[in-house]
Design a protein around this ligand. Structure first.
Ligand code: GLN
Ligand code: ZN
Length: 759
């Protein structure tokens, strides 16, 4: 008999209950007890779903108040020492302070979880970092909650090596590995407590095994797991997002009771791992895509893994079936999507539907296919319909792409010449100030949009309301004294969805929320067919905004890679092809903006780095396509039109030549949380074009002081020529409130003015 399980379930709730409760708690509207009750109900609901679907375990430990890395740190009393919290009794308030910052404390740094759009908080390692299991062991409490509800529990826990690796050394250490000897006893204590609570299996996530790890890190695995494997529950070591075939020998030797691999992303690794598979060891196969929303081809999966099951049988090695990774990365329930076109809907499966897929495969593999007959029939029909639907293939789009030429992706002149034409046109001062695009998405804006969607606000009334918002944003920016203005993006619900809604080939859900960070969720559209732009998308808004001011108005678009990365992407053609289709659609928009007199156009690519394959050997192919896509959409403009791009919350130093190859005239990047560290690479590489290093963190309501911004700018000046430096926040301001936004931007404009005066 095979075992059906999952690595994790979305924690935020089908109706984003956790999000709303957290935010109410932060506003002081509900008590901690009320928040805890809501969280506890959600966990119970999610376990019930897993049990009802027929999984053999419910997974406990996937819940988190903000982020699983932060929660693991907290469990071990290892929040950054700079906060000075009581390590043994860290309160929920302490926890949220580390995540979000407050008037006294800067929040922890946040970065993307592998190649996903989920963000984790980066542990801060110092020589005095200590690890001790918290007195109130939150994980154990969750286990007990599930047990009291009568569930068979499997615990999910981030592994010690991944935890260390994902953190940053702040001081006093040459490698996070120096902390391993302190961390392991804490893990051991935790595992023993789980053993005593009757937990049979702990799923211990070591996703770093899919990265290009150094020998030093690889060497640490064997002794660490040797120590963790005695007198503790059985350990299922889980890997996901890519292959671990190169570590087959290590994995075979490792003192664990099972290994999980992702055979959706990396099916080819299976053969290597099966060679010399240890007798009796569990192999958990991630066969259902945890990163995408397409209904699985159950018949093909069954045919593929039946022989594997037979081979494992001869080794008395149990086969477990799961989704490739935690279902954190997909929406909760397709059944609530009643407004979705029935044909499109028949092609999809969300977290709850994926539970049924896993269980159906289990039944079929165990020889009970008749139990799963209906699921198999639905899957076969969906596949057939996707292969033949006329909504998927548009000949003109494919023809246009085939006919694009290399010269379509090149500007007319090199940057050195363009910048002269641009300087003449815009007459900007040294250290020009601007913002990244969005201004506060106020309650009024959201209410207007909701009323419009409900039909309570007529089309023209909605346009009127948004124009009023734009006029307000423009007037405020003039008052503040910014040099280059934006229209504020009031009309956009989300930077990807807004464009997707206006492009052919994109589908939408009503409730398809996926956690991005903390209480923030995104609702990624899905790309099911060839993409094209039937009509202009942003031109009227930008032109209106420009008409209100003598200053330069920057047009604002979302770039092709971000459109791809933050959508669920079709799996029936290469991602690279879809990226270029989107690029061509955006190219037409860029041309139309220029025609309407918009002189600066920003094409945001915050997800450019995120799309990078996890293994370096795959980088070139991805980057060549990503750069080409950017150039294809931007190179349509004249020399005197200035192309901006924006990227945030990621490391760029290892791909600087590629960022330079995008040839944007100006790039704005997030740098304030990392104290301009990112700029060092741009300086070493002698990045040729202009750069706007973010001078304050927009994730925190804290208003940075003029002196802090000045200090950051002085640091930037040591690294870059004065003529290259722009002054802007780290990212868009849509999550902030107006008072703090105005105060921060005033400080920013003052900092730039002081700097100019000092030159
Ligand atoms: N222009 C977008 C904004 O300001 C960019 C957002 C982002 O980088 N994620 O909101
Ligand atoms: Zn950004």
């Amino acid at each position: 008999m095979s075992i059906a399980h999952i690595l994790g379930f979305p924690r935020i709730g089908a109706q984003r209950e956790l999000k709303f409760a957290q935010e109410a708690f932060w506003r002081g509207e509900i008590s901690e007890a009320a928040l805890r009750d809501i969280a506890s109900d959600l966990r119970a609901q999610h376990w019930a779903l897993q049990q009802q679907a027929g999984l053999d375990f419910v997974t406990v430990g996937d819940f988190s108040w903000y982020d699983q890395v932060l929660s693991t740190l907290n469990l071990f009393g290892a929040l950054p020492t700079r906060y000075g919290f009581d390590r043994e009794h860290t309160s929920l308030e302490n926890y949220f302070t580390a995540a979000r910052g407050n008037a006294q404390h800067v929040a922890m740094e946040m970065t993307k979880w592998f190649d996903t759009n989920y963000h984790y908080l980066v542990p801060e390692w110092t020589a005095d970092t200590q690890f001790d299991l918290q007195k109130n062991n939150a994980l154990l409490e969750e286990v007990q909650q599930a047990q009291q509800l009568g569930h068979q529990v499997k615990v999910s826990l981030l592994g010690p090596l991944s935890l260390l690796y994902l953190g940053k050394v702040k001081s006093g250490l040459s490698s996070p590995l120096e902390l391993l000897h302190k961390l392991l006893p804490a893990y051991k204590t935790l595992l023993i407590s789980l053993q005593e609570a009757g937990v049979e299996w702990v799923q211990i996530d070591e996703p770093i095994l899919v990265l290009d790890l150094s020998a030093e890190w690889l060497r640490a695995f064997e002794p660490a797991y040797q120590l963790l494997s005695t007198n503790t529950p059985k350990l299922l070591l889980t890997t996901y997002f890519d292959a671990v075939a190169e570590h087959a020998d290590l994995l075979h030797r490792l003192a664990v009771d099972g290994v999980h691999i992702d055979v959706v992303r990396a099916p080819q690794q299976l053969e290597t791992l099966l060679k010399n598979w240890p007798q009796g060891r569990v192999l958990s196969l991630g066969v259902i895509d945890g990163r995408n929303i397409w209904r699985a081809d159950l018949s093909s999966i069954l045919a593929l893994y039946q022989p594997v099951q037979s081979r494992l049988k001869t080794l008395q090695a149990p086969l477990w079936l799961a989704a490739s990774c935690s279902l954190l990365h997909v929406p909760v329930d397709l059944d609530v999507e009643t407004k979705l076109d029935p044909e499109l809907r028949s092609w999809l499966a969300f977290a709850i539907q994926k539970l049924a897929e896993i269980v159906s495969l289990k039944h079929a593999l165990d020889g009970n296919k008749q139990v799963a007959q209906e699921q198999f029939a639905i899957a076969d029909a969906a596949l057939q319909s996707r292969r033949t639907s006329k909504r998927i293939h548009i000949d003109s789009v494919q023809k246009r792409l085939a006919q694009t030429q290399a010269s379509d992706a090149e500007r007319n002149s090199p940057f050195a010449e363009r910048i002269i034409a641009q300087q003449q046109r815009f007459q900007l001062p040294l250290f020009p100030t601007t913002t990244i695009g969005s201004f506060p998405q106020t309650k009024t804006i959201r209410q207007a949009r909701a009323a419009y969607k409900r039909g309570e606000l007529k089309h023209l009334e909605y346009l009127e309301a948004m124009r009023a918002e734009i006029a307000y944003v423009v007037a405020e920016q003039e008052k503040i004294g910014l040099d280059v203005l934006v229209h504020g993006e009031a009309e956009r619900n989300d930077m990807v969805e807004y464009f997707g809604e206006q492009l052919w080939g994109y589908g939408f859900t009503q409730f398809g929320w996926v956690q991005s960070y903390g209480s923030r969720c995104v609702k990624p559209p899905f790309i099911y067919g060839d993409v094209c732009r039937p009509e202009a998308m942003t031109v009227a808004w930008s032109a209106y905004a420009q008409s209100l001011t003598q200053k330069t108005m920057k047009g604002m678009l979302t770039g092709p890679i971000t459109m791809l990365q933050w959508s669920f992407v079709r799996d029936d053609q290469p991602r690279a092809t879809t990226a270029l289709q989107i690029a061509l659609a955006l190219r037409d928009e860029v041309a139309d903006l220029q025609k309407a007199g918009i002189g600066m156009i920003q094409i945001d690519e915050p997800a450019f780095r995120e799309g990078l394959p996890l293994k370096q050997k795959d980088w070139t192919a991805y980057l060549e396509n990503a750069v080409h896509a950017f150039k294809l959409c931007s190179a349509v403009v004249k020399d005197e039109t200035q192309i901006h791009t924006h990227m945030c919350y990621a490391e760029f130093n290892d791909i600087l030549p590629w960022i330079a190859a995008m040839d944007a005239d100006v790039i704005s990047i997030e740098t304030s949380r990392s104290a301009m560290e990112l700029l060092e690479g741009f300086s070493d590489f002698a990045y040729p074009n202009q750069i706007g290093p973010g001078v304050y963190d927009i994730h925190s309501p804290r208003v940075a002081k003029v002196s802090e911004m000045q200090k950051l700018l002085q640091k930037a000046r040591q690294l870059l020529p004065d003529q290259s430096i722009w002054v802007n926040p780290d990212c868009g301001l849509k999550t902030r409130d107006w008072p703090e936004t105005i105060a921060a931007l005033e400080h920013m404009v003052q900092a730039a003015a002081l700097l100019r005066a000092s030159c």
